[in-house]
Design a protein around this ligand. Structure first.
Ligand SMILES: C[C@@](CO)(OP(=O)(O)O)[C@H](O)COP(=O)(O)OP(=O)(O)OC[C@H]1O[C@@H](n2ccc(N)nc2=O)[C@H](O)[C@@H]1O
Ligand SMILES: Nc1ncnc2c1ncn2[C@@H]1O[C@H](COP(=O)(O)OP(=O)(O)O)[C@@H](O)[C@H]1O
Length: 314
């Protein structure tokens, strides 16, 4: 028996960041939008916990106990009073350490896959709370679509989206550490009063109406200046996308992936081509949003070992 779960990446169309809290986190108004770039996680019974990864960025994914998918399986097993005897295979397509919540996505997918494999039928609210313990972005990976995240981003309120948005994502040739970007944000804010973060009414209306021009006028990322300060070359990528006709160009979350909003699918294809030709990024890909959260896409009753191993499997 094996269970395969597909899970999307995210872009933050608004990321308003407050002052640091006593616990080291920041309060946010985090408007998440799930995008159609996916990892899949396959869970198969095994002796003990085993982890394999394939995909272009597989070498950057930790295979030890720090892997968020492994941590998710262990957390669920502990709650169920059982051992995490499972092989998790991650087919990774979301850029690693790119500000697209790939690790969070794998954690949410592993939870859903193990829950189904072990026949636990864990209530949704309990899954959400395990997700929040694993990381601030993990609850959103579970639910997908669009949501406003408050608190440290883990308290979600679903948002209505009235159409399809077309994006281009440019991967950078390095990663950025999320805590380092928040630290740089604090440094850049030193000596300034940081207002409490609030969601922009114009942005929420643009999402509701499915209007890319209105969304482009309202997007904002308070971490962008910090990401650019740590990785100044991103400015050239943003300029290349704007020059190619993007309606908006922004850093995705803590970066360094950059996100470009396009008028429609053909415009997105043109912008991706221009970005690739510009030499300012490692690769550029199109994706549409919103996208569903972690979803079971395959159940194979006969499979007891994971087949389908790419040449780059670790
Ligand atoms: C910035 C965002 C935007 O969605 O994601 P990425 O763009 O990195 O994917 C998130 O806030 C990242 O969420 P996530 O990656 O789950 O962070 P966590 O594991 O909870 O926290 C990692 C570290 O980031 C910082 N952190 C995270 C969330 C938050 N609201 N305030 C923070 O200061 C803290 O230094 C924390 O120790
Ligand atoms: N399953 C996983 N996939 C990717 N990265 C992971 C995973 N588990 C843990 N990590 C760690 O999390 C860090 C952040 O990766 P990721 O979630 O892809 O980026 P971001 O937080 O920028 O969205 C990586 O550098 C890696 O060390």
């Amino acid at each position: 028996m094996s269970i395969t779960v597909r899970v999307p990446a995210k872009v933050n169309v608004q990321l308003a960041v407050g002052a640091p809290r006593p616990d080291g986190y920041h309060d946010l108004a985090n408007v998440f939008l799930a995008v159609g770039l996916y990892d899949t996680v396959t869970a198969t019974p095994a002796e003990g916990l085993r982890l394999t990864v394939t995909g272009p960025d597989a070498a950057q994914v930790p295979l030890d106990g720090s892997n968020l998918a492994a941590r998710a399986a262990l957390a669920l097993a502990e709650r169920a009073g059982r051992t995490a005897d499972v092989h998790l295979h991650i087919a990774k397509d979301i850029p690693v350490a790119g500000g697209m919540a790939g690790g969070s996505a794998d954690a949410a997918a592993a939870l859903v896959a193990c829950d189904a494999l072990w026949g636990l039928d864990t209530p949704h609210e309990v899954l959400l709370s395990i997700c929040a313990d694993l990381g601030s972005d993990v609850p959103f990976s579970l639910v997908g679509e669009a949501a406003l995240g408050t608190g440290r981003g883990e308290r979600l309120q679903p948002l209505e989206v009235g159409g399809t948005f077309h994006w281009v994502f440019a991967a950078a040739d390095c990663g950025l550490s999320t805590p380092a970007v928040y630290r740089e944000y604090d440094r850049l804010c030193e000596g300034r009063e940081v207002p409490a973060p609030t969601a922009s009414p114009e942005l929420l209306a643009a999402l509701r109406e499915g209007d890319p021009h209105a969304l482009a006028a309202a997007v904002g990322n308070d971490l962008q200046a910090a990401a650019l300060s740590l990785h100044p070359a991103l400015a050239a990528t943003l300029a290349a996308g704007t020059g190619a006709g993007a309606l908006a160009a922004l850093v995705s979350g803590s970066g360094p992936t950059t996100a470009f909003l396009a008028e429609d699918a053909p415009a997105a294809a043109r912008i991706a081509e221009a970005l690739t030709a510009s030499g300012t990024c490692r690769s550029a890909r199109v994706a549409a949003s919103p996208a569903p959260g972690a979803t079971v896409v395959g159940q194979d009753p006969d499979r007891d070992t994971v087949a389908a191993r790419g040449a780059d499997q670790r």
